[in-house]
Design a protein around this ligand. Structure first.
Ligand code: MG
Length: 257
């Protein structure tokens, strides 16, 4: 475990990078509509990032254990796909889908990470509630990420909120993480936990919180492409993520415009 505390200069760069990332992701969100392919969203994200003279963080990134690098800029995960969906020309979005868009950006050598789930046209009430509860659980997690609190306090806050909202599956095999010098750093921050347990959050730490919440089981499977994670029961899933700075007061959301 090696937690990196960022310097003032690094924080300034990451703050700037987070603004770029949020700008790009909100523009990609605007493009989400019936008839567009997931590959179109990916190419649009890449174009916007390069126009800002930044680099996509996921393109060519090889996570531990993967046998090939991720082949795209944007992870696009539709309906029962939880995360890490690979964009495809023939994957056309249609009304009633929900689509998670997850993007990492490298700005002046430093990384930020952000995701959101977006409805395509009109979606069911159940799906709207799923997205709302997931986004709110991220907010609750951020509020718990106070300097001096622990990783377990954040997980506990997210988990308790989700449990209070109904019978949802909280994905356990993936978690939030430190970010900055690399796209994934220590500490890992599960979306469940026990109060007071785990690493202490210290001002100057930068972490990405990212609850992944399912309508059914918490269990997931991985496709033969080696990346796409989907729910084991085929029910839908939502994902929201922000990169935040731990301070001695309220945390600061860095992935915002
Ligand atoms: Mg992440």
């Amino acid at each position: 475990m090696s937690i990196i505390i960022k310097t003032k200069e690094e924080i300034e760069i990451i703050r700037e990078g987070g603004k770029h990332l949020a700008t790009v992701l909100y523009k990609v969100k605007e493009k989400v509509a019936p008839g567009i392919s997931t590959k179109d969203l990916d190419l649009y994200a890449e174009k916007l990032i390069r126009e800002m003279r930044d680099e996509p963080a996921f393109l060519g990134y090889r996570p531990d254990g993967a046998d090939r690098p991720f082949p795209a800029t944007l992870c696009v995960s539709v309906n029962d796909e939880v995360v890490h969906g690979i964009p495809k020309k023939d994957r056309i979005l249609k009304a009633g889908d929900i689509v998670s868009i997850d993007l990492g950006v490298k700005h002046r050598g430093l990384f930020t990470d952000m995701a959101m789930t977006v409805p395509v046209g009109k979606v069911s009430k159940e799906d709207l509630k799923l997205m709302q509860v997931t986004e709110e659980s991220l907010q609750v997690g951020i509020e718990a990420a106070l300097g001096g609190n622990t990783v377990g306090d954040v997980g506990y806050a997210i988990e308790s909120y989700i449990r209070s909202q109904g019978k949802y599956g909280i994905v356990e095999v993936l978690s939030g993480h430190g970010v900055g010098k690399k796209i994934h750093e220590d500490p890992y921050i599960p979306n469940f936990g026990k109060r007071g347990k785990g690493e202490k959050l210290v001002p100057g730490m930068i972490v990405a919180l990212e609850p992944m919440i399912n309508l059914g089981t918490k269990h997931v499977t991985i496709d033969e492409d080696g990346y796409t994670i989907r729910t084991a029961d085929g029910k839908r899933s939502a994902h929201f993520e922000h990169t935040i700075l731990i301070t001695d007061g309220e945390p600061e959301i860095l992935t915002k415009i």
